[in-house]
Write a protein that binds this ligand. Structure first.
Ligand SMILES: [Zn+2]
Length: 332
């Protein structure tokens, strides 16, 4: 994620906290387990570093990323891309902060990303018509954020933007114009790590739901602190059980395990979070009767489960396949 190896991260934590190697390795293993093997060892080490307040230094140098390779949650990211769509400028007023934000879709030969502009000077350029669809943008010092499972590039006050710079060319853009949320429609047999996909298939297996304790306000995982549970945003809260559901999904070309958290699980099973998180064996049987064999469209991001050495999908959207929509999809 940060371009640091597991060993780099571990060494850095040990140096800054004087924690022993044994204790640290154990903490990281526990973190991987607590996240149901959903993250890599590097990812888990990074979370532990964050919890311990150890700042990991990213070092991409002057590297320029292809859009598909833009690391998640990184600062100082450089890309060269073409403007695919401009979604305009909107004003926001949130928690005492107000201002403007602009959204664009940019693309290169590897894919497309949402570009979010916060910097006032850059927004002004956009409002003045200095940025247009088809323009080449050289972006330096952007940062990436994950939003609804989609990686985005953000331009803050440190960002440097050059419009149609001399001598810079972008190959043909691989993007579906006009729809940021539109993921690639692919077969399960063609899945590759990091892809943002939409699969059309059938639910062939449903495993017993599990749950995590979540903040009732924002659904994020809470942390235990003494007798209390704490949300990073909402401080001490009365946590609720938020469901995690695992399924196998088959589209005829192969099958893949899909993990559905909270609202995704609720959408799949058409039940409330509580009903799913508290499901007993009988409830599970009735869920299975409802959902097994059902044809659905599931979007999400392809990740590699390191422990099992296989690809899985973290769902970001679930809907029942609508026959009319399916026909349109195949006609494209
Ligand atoms: Zn919260």
């Amino acid at each position: 994620m940060l371009g640091m190896t597991y060993e780099d991260i571990v060494q850095k934590i040990m140096k800054e906290t004087a924690m022993s190697r044994d204790v640290l390795d154990k903490k990281i293993e526990e973190k991987i387990k607590s996240l149901s093997d959903l993250i890599s060892r590097e990812g888990a080490a990074q979370i532990i570093a964050n919890q311990l307040g150890v700042k990991l230094v990213e070092n991409f140098g002057n590297r320029r990323f292809k859009l598909r390779e833009v690391p998640r949650g990184a600062s100082s990211v450089n890309v060269l891309a073409r403007v695919v769509s401009i979604y305009g400028v909107r004003e926001f007023n949130k928690e005492g902060r107000s201002g403007k934000v602009a959204n664009l879709l940019i693309g290169d030969e590897t894919g497309s990303l949402r570009l979010v502009i916060w910097d006032e000077k850059l927004i002004k350029l956009l409002e003045d018509g200095a940025i247009n669809e088809g323009d080449v943008l050289r972006v330096n010092n952007a940062y990436s954020r994950v939003n609804n499972n989609y990686n985005e590039l953000h331009l803050g006050s440190r960002a440097i933007l050059d419009i149609n710079p001399d001598g810079e060319k972008v190959a043909e853009v691989q993007a579906r114009v006009g729809n940021v949320e539109k993921a690639e429609s692919v077969k399960i047999s063609e899945l590759k790590e990091g892809m943002q996909v939409e699969l059309n298939g059938t639910v062939v297996q449903l495993f017993e739901p599990r749950h995590y304790l979540a903040c009732p306000n924002c659904n994020k995982k809470v942390f235990q602190q003494g007798l209390d549970y704490k949300c990073n945003t909402h401080d001490i809260v009365e946590p609720k059980k938020s469901p995690i559901v695992n399924i196998f999904f088959d589209d005829g070309s192969g099958n893949v395990r899909i993990v559905l958290f909270a609202n995704q699980a609720a959408q799949l099973l058409n039940k409330s979070h509580e009903e799913i998180a508290n499901a007993n064996i009988e409830a599970l049987d009735s869920f299975k009767r409802d959902v097994l064999g059902k044809q659905m469209l599931i979007s999400g991001r392809v990740i590699r489960n390191q422990m099992m050495d296989r690809l899985e999908i973290i769902s970001s959207n679930v809907k029942e396949a609508d026959p009319v929509e399916l026909i349109q999809m195949y006609e494209k």
